[in-house]
Design a protein around this ligand. Structure first.
Ligand code: C2E
Ligand code: CA
Ligand code: CA
Length: 575
């Protein structure tokens, strides 16, 4: 039986009649008793089978009013068809005392038994109903109860009523369970729930939504209570430790909140969103976060986009644009970076920023990266055949490099087009490398051992430590746009750019400056010895055909003075 039909079966029904409905049912029992007795009389007395109709009101009374109701109805029924009711009306033959008394005893017995049975069944139904809406271990209301409580609120939310859902996660519950056992952990959860209730008087019920997560609905009046203030109130209350298993235990909690209007009519969606807020807060090192639909990568629109990606690859809706790279030593364009675009039939041009992040979290990154490298290499081969000698840079996710699969695809594609691996550059972001530096650095060695180039992308935003910078087997550093764009107005940032160029050269790496948007930046970068410039000032990313025309026109800007090699360290001898 599925849970919804179970719910219907266990829904409060007439069996648990209350208030005026009980009086109404009592009246029905009395009427039925009199009617059945009247029928017995009218059909000729107790000799005939209509006597058994008396069981109907007796059992009804027992079911509605329990054992006492059953006994009372049995007594009344026994009397009604007892001393005053003849065996045979026509002949006036009367019943003996033993006869009607023993029948009355049977009625009373059946009434009492039916009442007891109904009571037991009712208790069982109540227990099941409770179990469906409560967590068995903590006794707190569960996620289903929360959904049930949310449903009417979502309907009335149109009135402008403000309600927040708070999800509170007990971060160190696993540790507490492992050390002190389940009963202690469960009682701790109950205590945390109680303290949550105490800290926010407007909370009436705390739900145990799963493992280490509790939830509460917080009604607020108008805009007076900022969710951050409510969260802070709860976090403050949790600071005092909890007695658990003979110790004073600290409860490490974090909180995520979502407003009722984020639910879009779906209670489960609201719970998920408060959860998403919690995780996103944790990601940013915060113990509290409020759900924000604009930063939610799990929003329906994004999910839909993910569902369409494979179709887009198949139907040729993806496209590569190429942004030229200007060599600051020669003043020539000697390479391009391939940047993916999605020509979506209904949304128009979707920039990579709108989907790459999500794609990287799924296995869709493999087909996407495969398409990108195959397309980029094929284009590079076409250009070479047409006399354009351009190095090609493609962006890949670190996840693609955890195994050799993508590198194998690249090897084969390069071979199929007769291109040397050193004309291809893979760009991997610094932050992705630093997330799991030790493992990733091993994978990156595979790139270099094949003879391909490797760039550390968005350099300066991923917090490489100096020791890792030395370990990363890259041959190029791409200074992030955020530094380049401020290098002229902020002296300190200018110094950072300058010293990053010098440091990279010390480490035998080439330097590309991203996001160059002015002649002044171009000149400053060339003066600091930067090797390559890329940015809107040189050219925006463009389609292959447009790039060819642009290259033929040869009208790109050049620095006032070409960069000169600033040899500041003897090159490292590769072993
Ligand atoms: P990225 O690798 O840092 O690429 C450079 C981004 O900066 C591009 O944005 C480019 O259009 C933009 N840009 C270049 N010059 C300038 C400038 O002077 N000013 C400004 N304001 N922006 C400039 P785009 O194409 O939107 O790509 C965004 C990011 O998406 C890329 O950042 C890259 O991380 C990712 N991406 C793009 N294509 C792919 C791909 O094929 N695979 C993977 N895994 N990621 C990709
Ligand atoms: Ca890049
Ligand atoms: Ca970049």
């Amino acid at each position: 039986m599925d849970t919804t039909s179970m719910e219907k079966l266990l829904a409060p029904g007439w069996v648990e009649a209350a208030g005026h409905r009980r009086w109404w049912l009592a009246a029905v029992v009395v009427v039925l008793l009199l009617a059945a007795a009247g029928l017995v009389y009218a059909t000729g007395g107790t000799r005939y089978a209509y006597l058994h109709l008396m069981y109907v009101p007796i059992i009804l009374a027992a079911v509605v009013f329990g054992v006492r109701g059953g006994i009372l109805a049995g007594l009344v029924a026994g009397l009604l068809v007892g001393p005053f009711m003849p065996i045979h009306v026509e002949s006036g033959l009367q019943q003996s005392l033993v006869n009607w008394l023993s029948r009355m005893a049977a009625f009373v017995g059946i009434g009492a038994f039916a009442g007891w049975l109904a009571g037991r069944l009712l208790r069982e139904v109540r227990r099941l109903r409770w179990a469906m809406t409560h967590d068995m271990d903590t006794g707190l209301a569960n996620r289903r109860a929360l959904s049930q409580d949310l449903r009417p609120l979502l309907v009335s939310e149109a009135d402008g009523q403000g309600v927040y859902l708070m999800v509170l996660r007990l971060e160190n519950l696993t540790e507490i369970l492992n050390t002190l056992g389940y009963p202690v952990g469960n009682s701790l959860l109950r205590n945390v729930a109680q303290r949550l209730r105490d800290s926010l008087p407007q909370v009436t019920r705390v739900y145990h939504v799963s493992g280490n997560r509790l939830a509460a609905l917080i009604p607020v009046e108008g805009d007076t209570s900022h969710p951050g203030v409510l969260a802070e109130q709860v976090l403050r209350a949790m600071r005092t430790s909890f007695p658990a298993g003979g110790l004073n235990v600290h409860a490490a909690v974090s909180v995520g909140m979502a407003h009722l209007h984020d639910a879009e009519g779906d209670p489960d969606a609201l719970i998920r969103r408060a959860d998403i807020a919690l995780y996103s807060g944790q990601h940013r090192g915060m113990r509290y976060a409020l759900y924000d639909i604009h930063t939610d990568r799990t929003s329906r629109a994004n999910l839909a986009l993910m569902g369409e990606l494979l179709g887009a690859i198949r139907d040729n809706h993806l496209q590569l644009h190429y942004q030229p790279k200007l060599n600051l030593r020669t003043g020539e364009i000697d390479g391009v970076e391939a940047l993916v675009r999605w020509r979506h039939p209904s949304r128009g041009m979707v920039p990579p920023g709108d989907f790459i992040g999500n794609v990287e979290n799924t296995d869709l990154i493999s087909p996407l990266s495969r398409w990108v490298v195959e397309e980029a290499i094929a284009q590079q081969a076409r250009w070479q055949a047409a006399g354009f000698c351009l190095d090609m840079a493609v962006n890949v996710s670190v996840k693609n490099l955890h195994n050799e699969w993508l590198l194998g695809v690249i090897d084969e594609t390069l071979k199929a087009h007769g291109l040397a691996p050193d004309t291809l550059q893979l760009e991997v972001t610094e932050s992705a490398i630093m997330e799991d530096a030790d493992t990733v650095i091993d994978c990156l060695r595979g790139v270099r051992s094949r003879g391909m180039g490797l760039s550390i992308d968005d350099f300066g935003t991923g917090y490489s430590s100096l020791s890792y910078l030395h370990e990363i087997p890259a041959d190029t550093v791409k200074i992030d746009r955020s530094f380049v764009s401020r290098m002229l107005e902020n002296r300190r940032i200018g110094r950072i750019v300058e010293s990053t160029i010098a440091l990279s050269h010390y480490l035998n790496m080439q330097v590309v400056a991203e996001g160059v948007e002015s002649q002044a930046e171009l000149d400053a970068l060339a003066a600091h010895g930067c090797d390559t410039a890329q940015g809107f000032f040189v050219a925006r990313p463009m389609e292959a055909r447009a790039l060819e025309q642009w290259l033929q026109a040869a009208a790109w800007p050049r620095p006032a003075n070409l960069a000169r090699v600033q040899q500041v360290w003897t090159p490292r001898v590769e072993s």
